[in-house]
Design a protein. Structure first.
Length: 211
């Protein structure tokens, strides 16, 4: 999936890991701050996630508690990360997820309703003691799931004219019958129109169109 940064290095990160048997792990995270320090912190977070990938299938909560503790111990007190972490099982069409203070991903159902996958935990790295709830939803044919960083929703010439969540939902609805790649391209095109081609923050976007 496309990942667009405003600089050569940045604090946004996305990752996919195929567990086989139709199971996929995905994560989208955003580190506080910008530049080289944010990129190094993100590399540290990615290494922690990858280094303990076996735990993801066994105990998602324990995996993220361990990642939070390592992040907490290895970063300054004012640094933290938001993250959406999920495991999708194609056999059951179930998405199990933990939203660590990240922008709620938008799930536009084929039959019309819009769901927001709200936070189930606080951000990573600020607190030594950290707990989370693993939530779950079922994806149906025709559903579209969009996971994004705040560089998408906050794009615009100023705070009063940001792209915003409602405009994002409208774009998804208009393009819902298209492929995931086409939906993604149209979202980025609409964002560029609103922002006038200017980026104040990293923009990261994952689109899943359910067949």
């Amino acid at each position: 999936m496309p990942h667009r940064n405003t600089r050569a290095v940045g604090g946004d990160h996305y990752d996919f890991l195929d567990f086989g048997s139709g199971r996929l792990r995905l994560a989208l995270a955003d580190i506080s701050g910008k530049g080289m320090s944010a990129a190094l912190l993100m590399a540290n977070l990615q290494a922690n996630l990858r280094g303990q990938y076996a735990l993801a299938l066994e105990d998602v909560a324990r995996l993220l508690q361990s990642v939070n503790l390592l992040f907490y111990r290895n970063t300054e007190t004012n640094h933290y990360a938001t993250m959406f972490f999920a495991i999708y099982d194609d056999g059951t069409r179930r998405l199990r997820y933990v939203n660590c203070g990240h922008n709620p991903p938008i799930l536009v159902r084929a039959n019309g309703p819009v769901e927001r996958l709200a936070a189930t935990a606080t951000v990573l790295g600020l607190f030594e003691k950290w707990e989370c709830t693993v939530a779950e939803c079922e994806l149906a044919p025709g559903d579209v799931l969009v996971i994004y960083s705040d560089g998408i929703s906050e794009a615009g010439p100023n705070e009063e004219e940001e792209f915003g969540e409602e405009r994002l939902i409208m774009t998804i609805r208009r393009r819902q019958r298209q492929s995931a790649g086409e939906i993604l391209d149209n979202i980025l095109s609409d964002v560029q129109q609103v922002s006038g081609g200017r980026q104040a923050d990293d923009m990261t976007l994952i689109v899943a169109s359910c067949g």
